[in-house]
Structures are given as C-alpha cells and as structure tokens.
Design a binder for this molecule. Structure first.
Ligand code: 5GP
Length: 178
C-alpha cells in the first residue's frame, strides 16, 4: 500500500484490507446473535456504505434494512459540530429495536442526535455498530454496543470515509500524513 493524494492532502496506509475484513467478520458474528426477529437495521449514509454492505452480507438474518443520510463534516477535516439531516428512514420505527450502522464515532454528537431522533420515532432499544471509534474525542458517554476498532485521534479515509468526497472507495483505511 502506497500513500495517496486526495485534493491537497496526502494519506498513508493505516489499516489494511485483511485487518478490516477480520474486524468485520468478528462484528458480523457478534451482531448475528441479537435475539430479535423484528430488528430494524439502519445504515447511516454516506460514510458507512461499504462497511454496512460487507457486514450485513455476512449476517444470515432476515432483518429489515433501511438507510438514512446525515452530514456533519461538511467536507473538512474537523467536525462542524452540527449534524445536518438529509434523508430520514422510511421504515416503521415505533416499538422496535434499532441497530444503527455507523462508519466512525468521533465526538459522539452524531450518535446523541440519532438517539434523540429514534427515541422521538418511538424506538425501544437503540444499539450501534461502528467500524471505527476515537475514544479520546468523545464528549458524551452514549453507549456503543459493537466497536470494530478504537483508533487515535487522527483523520482517516477509505472504506466509505471521505476527504471532501474523495477516498470513499479505497479498500483500505488511510490516515492523514502529519
Ligand atoms: P461525531 O458526531 O461522532 O463527532 O462525528 C461522526 C461523523 O464525523 C462520522 O460519521 C464521519 O462522517 C465524520 N468523521 C469523524 N471522524 C472522521 C475521520 O477521521 N474521517 C472522516 N472521513 N470522517 C470522520
């Protein structure tokens, strides 16, 4: 894996394809144990698109899957601190347990926003599966039931994560070169 340039920034290899696959395999096994035939799985776009498809293909449970779209980075390296709502779920949420599929949890603001939102729609239990987590950045203690990997505070791209809309389709995860 070589370094890669996206717009004005250079990113170096960080988590290779084999490790990403092993992380997802383990998460799929754990999530498949959820004891709920009526679970609603919600893919939080855009960042989790590749993670979600790889993860959910490995889970042989006939769960309803829906998508929603949020934006919080507005194309930069720093979160704007404001979560923008772009597209909501269509599925019936009231009375159901929900599993959110997230790409990365940084401050946890998006997670808090999602909990509020799904509580408002009448969800019973709200669970989260995230590929990556930056524990040092958290400003709240919203629970995360399934974490792929804890990482340091660094800006990463690839496997769905972008820098100003580029880099999502990289099959590995790269980190900003300092
Ligand atoms: P939070 O609300 O937890 O601070 O931020 C969550 C969102 O910020 C993620 O869903 C993702 O879109 C974006 N984000 C956080 N850290 C990174 C990162 O290192 N790289 C990229 N590309 N996006 C990130």
């Amino acid at each position: 894996m070589a370094s890669i340039q996206l717009h004005d920034k250079v990113f170096k290899p960080y988590i290779d394809r084999r490790e990403v696959e092993a992380i997802i395999e383990k998460m799929a096994y754990d999530i498949a144990q959820i004891d709920d035939e009526d679970l609603l799985v919600v893919i939080v776009l855009n960042g989790s698109m590749f993670f979600a498809t790889d993860l959910l293909r490995r889970i042989e449970r006939p769960w309803e899957i829906d998508t929603m779209r949020l934006s919080s980075y507005h194309g930069g390296l720093q979160s704007s601190g404001q979560v923008e709502f772009i597209l909501d779920v269509k599925a019936e949420v009231n009375g159901r347990n929900v599993l959110l599929i997230e790409d990365i949890v940084d401050t946890g603001r998006t997670l808090a926003f999602l909990h509020e939102h799904f509580k408002g729609l009448g969800a019973q239990e709200i669970m989260t599966a995230t590929l990556l987590h930056k524990p040092s950045q958290r400003i709240n203690d919203m629970p995360i039931e399934y974490i792929g990997k804890d990482i340091d505070d660094a800006f990463v791209v690839g496997f769905g994560l972008d820098y100003r809309e580029l880099g999502r389709n990289l099959p590995e995860i790269y980190v900003l070169e300092s």
